[in-house]
Every structure is written in C-alpha cells, then in structure tokens.
Design a protein around this ligand. Structure first.
Ligand code: NAP
Ligand code: G4F
Length: 340
C-alpha cells in the first residue's frame, strides 16, 4: 500500500486528491494545521473524513514538518498547502511568503534529509505568468508575477526545480490554471458568484458586489486537475507541467451564465467601476462593482497550453466553462434549498 502525505488536505484540491488516492488504495495522511472541525466540511461532503489519517503539521514550523516526515515516511508528498488567496496576499505579504515560499523550502529540506526518495509535487500556479508575455502560456513562458502570492510561488517553483537538478530528487511542479468546483472556497470569485446567485434566488441576499468584471481566467474543473497531479508523480522522470483548458472567459461571462442557470437574465449598464447588472425582467439591481475588490496589480488574461500534459501524461480537461458554472450554481441552489 503506497503512502501519500497531502498538505492542505482540508482545501479544495486536498479533499479531491485524498478521495482519488483513497479510491486507488493509498494510505492517505493529511497535514492539518489545527483549523478545527468546521474546516472538515469538504472531507465530510466527499464522505472520506473517517478514512484520512490526520497529522498536525504547519508549514511554518520546521521541527513539526521533520517529525511528520520521519513518522509517516511517505512515498509521495503533495504540497497543496498555501495562503492561496491572491487578494489577501497584498494585505499579508510576509505571512504569504513564509507559507508559500519558505514553507516549501522547509518541506523539501526535511524530505532531502530524512527520506530523499519521496516523490514530491509542488502546487505551482498560472499566477506566476502574471502580466503574461505570450498567449497561451506554456511551461517555457517567462514569469511576470503581479502579487506577493505569485512572487512567493515563483520562489517555490524554482526551488522545486533546483532540488530536482541539484539533489536528483523526484520533484515535480504542476503549473495549474484556475480550477473550480462545488468545493471551492467562498472567497474566490466563482464560488462567491454561485453562492450569491443561490442566496439571491432564495431571497437571503439582495445583491452581489464584485471587483474587476473584465479580468479573464482559464477555468477548469478541480477533480480533473488533481488526477493530473497524481499522473505527474507516476512518470519515469520528474518534470514541470501546465494543466489548463485552453479557453478563457471573463468574470462578467461567469456572472451572466450563473444567473441564467437560476433563471435571471442580466442586462448591464455603465462601465468599469460604475457597471451594474440588472434583472432584465424587473429592472432590479443584482450586481454592483466596488473598487475595494480591485487588486493593486491585476492579472488581466490567463489562458494555458496543456499540450505537454496531453502528450506525456495523456491528461486532458473534459469539463468546460458552461458545465462548470452549471454544476457549481446547481449545487449552491441545492445547498440553499436545504438551508446548508
Ligand atoms: P485552498 O482551498 O485555499 O487550500 C489551501 C490549504 O492550505 C487549506 O486547507 C489551508 O488550511 C492550508 N494551509 C494554509 N496555510 C497553511 C500552513 N501554514 N500550514 C499548513 N497548511 C496550511 O487551496 P486550493 O484551491 O485547494 O489550492 C491548492 C494549492 O494549489 C494551493 O497551494 C494553491 O495556491 C494552488 N493552486 C490553486 C489553484 C486553483 O485554482 N485552485 C490554481 C493553481 C495553484 P486551513 O484549512 O487550515 O485553512
Ligand atoms: O477567484 P480569484 O480570487 O482567483 P485568482 O486570483 O485567479 O487566484 C486563484 O487562481 C490561481 C490560479 O491562477 C491560484 F493560484 C490561486 O491560488 C487562486 O486559486 O480571482 C479571479 C479574478 C481576478 O482577476 C479578480 O480580480 O476575479 C477577479 N474578481 C473580480 N471580483 C474577483 C472579484 N475576485 C474575487 N476573489 N472576489 C471578487 O469580488
């Protein structure tokens, strides 16, 4: 039985990856920084909270990481833990760097010292491309990070690559474009939208307040992306891979589609920060824009080229934009109808 240690087990990707590996017969250990039982909702929704072995581990604490690596002796480590919200990284840049950059170095050092044959996956991100130098972006596109989150992730990405080259460790980096699901955190724009649409539908919320409606993302479906992470660790040699859909859509399109799923047609008036979205039938304002939700530096357009993952891993995205919006909105409508 293979042993996997997943950091960030209680996050969106951690939960889906734990389910996938358990289904494959792995013994799954989850690193948890003691966020309490309320943080267990994803593992509960997937029905796996009883099957994951929890180890208390915080990426800020080197001795703690060393103890867990020595105790579990994992075959594979998937490092998904991060301060993963770009917006907050502008408010907490030092904490973000400590977790997302130095935390990875701590983890890699512990593995190198204690169990160097461990296969390691690092959760890199399309945010590293930032003010993108080319469209679409692939594994060789230069980085131009636009947030403290992205600069920390660039450090972690190069550190992972360096441990591969310097110490011959099996260390992979998955450069994943945005991936969403019913288990996405409420702070991210997609789930913020689908949750609000459902609450508006059931009269619990009056309107949805957003930032930049015109930024564009390459949104895929999270369960498919965690399968890509697993595939990366099953190859003969470690490498970097982009996972994406090669399609891009704006926040505005996401809003329109999600409201449509709930039976509202949106009509826009005004531009940029003065934009408003009205219910075409009643004229009621359902969407407003607030400067507060804009970022000091924005990533305007992301679109990924997953050719290498397709050729070398046989990985391809299946669920595309319309279906993702529908799945997420229907799930939030169901949650509101049951008052969950
Ligand atoms: P997420 O839902 O925000 O989960 C992140 C997890 O990291 C949370 O469970 C959190 O624990 C944990 N964590 C935070 N700080 C920690 C610390 N100091 N020590 C230990 N654990 C800590 O993120 P996600 O969407 O699943 O993303 C997984 C990873 O992929 C992240 O590294 C993210 O940056 C990266 N990524 C995500 C996407 C995407 O679109 N989802 C795309 C590219 C890359 P608590 O539960 O205690 O808060
Ligand atoms: O949903 P977001 O917060 O995701 P973002 O910044 O793209 O980051 C996510 O994907 C990355 C992969 O590229 C991950 F590395 C990262 O960990 C995270 O999972 O914002 C998406 C876009 C941004 O351009 C933002 O400015 O939506 C825009 N937006 C507009 N209004 C908003 C809002 N974002 C949020 N969170 N909230 C708003 O009200």
């Amino acid at each position: 039985m293979k042993k996997a240690l997943i950091t960030g087990i209680r996050g969106q990707d951690g939960a889906y990856l734990a389910k996938l590996l358990l289904d494959m017969g792995y013994e799954v250990y989850g690193a948890d920084r003691r966020s309490g039982d309320s943080g267990n909702w994803r593992l509960k929704e997937l029905g796996i909270d009883k099957y994951v072995k929890i180890e208390y581990m915080d990426l800020l604490e080197l001795t703690n990481i060393r103890h867990v690596i020595a105790k579990v002796k994992p075959d594979e480590v998937y490092n998904l833990a991060a301060q993963s919200f770009v917006g907050v990284s502008f408010e907490q840049p030092i904490l973000t760097a400590d977790i997302d950059a130095m935390g990875v170095l701590r983890l890699l050092e512990a593995i190198r010292d204690i169990k160097p044959d461990t296969k390691f996956y690092q959760a890199s991100t399309s945010e590293m491309f930032g003010k993108a130098r080319e469209v679409p972006q692939n594994e060789n596109t230069p980085f131009h990070p636009r947030s403290p989150y992205a600069t920390a992730k660039v450090f972690a990405h190069y550190t992972t690559q360096n441990y591969r080259e310097a110490y011959n460790m099996y260390a992979c980096s998955g450069i994943l474009f945005n991936h969403e699901s019913e288990l996405r955190g409420l702070e991210f724009v997609t789930r913020k939208i689908t949750d609000a649409v459902a609450k508006i539908k059931y009269g619990i919320q009056d309107r949805l307040v957003l930032g930049n409606l015109d930024s564009k993302r390459d949104w895929g479906y999270a369960p498919e992306y965690v399968y890509g992470m697993y595939l990366m660790l099953q190859q003969e040699k470690p490498d970097n891979y982009v996972l994406a859909t090669n399609e891009t859509h704006s926040v505005r399109e996401f809003v329109e589609k999600a409201f449509l799923v709930a039976g509202f047609e949106i009509e826009w008036i005004g531009e940029n920060e003065n934009a408003k979205g009205l219910d075409k039938k009643t004229g009621k304002v359902l969407i407003e824009v607030l400067k507060e939700f804009y970022r000091p530096a924005e990533v305007d357009l992301l679109i990924g080229d997953y050719t290498k993952a397709k050729q070398k891993l046989g990985w391809e995205p299946k669920t595309k934009f319309d279906e993702i919006v529908e799945i997420m909105t229907l799930k939030d409508l169901e949650r509101q109808s049951k008052n969950i």
